[in-house]
Design a protein around this ligand. Structure first.
Ligand SMILES: [Zn+2]
Length: 182
């Protein structure tokens, strides 16, 4: 199954943002989404209460459908309170992925991202070798240009330093030849 990245991002971000807002918005007397769904009295020390606010019933429904309420409560009870929120986010994400892709679940998303990462690494490598190619071409051209400029400069210098004497030589030569003829 093909998973859209934007869908996935929203799935990742949604539980985290809603969690932060939801945890504090719970009213003292309103039963949490878990207890409401299970039709039981929500106690003051209810394990679900801080993580499954009543305004997000679907969150509990999804986690319950995939993991089962008693397993979730067992997992949360075994963890220290500061680890629970991350665990619930994780369970919710895994549940959503599992419902979307019953065969692969999270693994489908992970392998999709790994494939994408590999492709990007290949693209990056290709771009880098193209860049190296162009850079060496540019360097070659610059070297050629420099060589040409140096040769031009050398030629100009030659003309500058030997221009007059060569004329004199020419004159002598001319005299000599003239002398030889006459
Ligand atoms: Zn409750």
């Amino acid at each position: 199954m093909r998973v859209d990245l934007s869908d996935m991002e929203s799935a990742v971000l949604k539980p985290i943002s809603s969690m932060a807002a939801g945890g504090q918005a719970v009213l003292a007397n309103t039963p949490c989404a878990g207890c409401k769904f299970l039709r039981r009295k929500c106690q003051q020390d209810c394990i679900f209460k801080p993580y499954f606010p009543p305004d997000q019933p679907q969150k509990f429904v999804n986690v319950h459908r995939v993991f089962g309420a008693s397993n979730v409560s067992k997992i949360l009870n075994e963890l220290s309170p500061f680890e629970r929120e991350a665990a619930v986010n994780s369970l919710f994400f895994e549940a959503e992925m599992r419902l979307r892709d019953p065969v692969k679940g999270c693994v489908g998303v992970i392998s999709f991202l790994q494939r994408k990462l590999r492709q990007l690494q290949i693209d990056l490598f290709t771009a880098q070798s193209e860049l190296v190619k162009y850079q060496s071409q540019l360097q070659q051209k610059q070297q050629q240009h420099q060589k040409m400029m140096m040769m031009r400069g050398y030629a100009a210098e030659m003309v500058g330093s030997f221009g007059r004497p060569s004329l004199a030589v020419g004159d002598d030569h001319q005299h000599n030849t003239l002398g030889a003829i006459s």
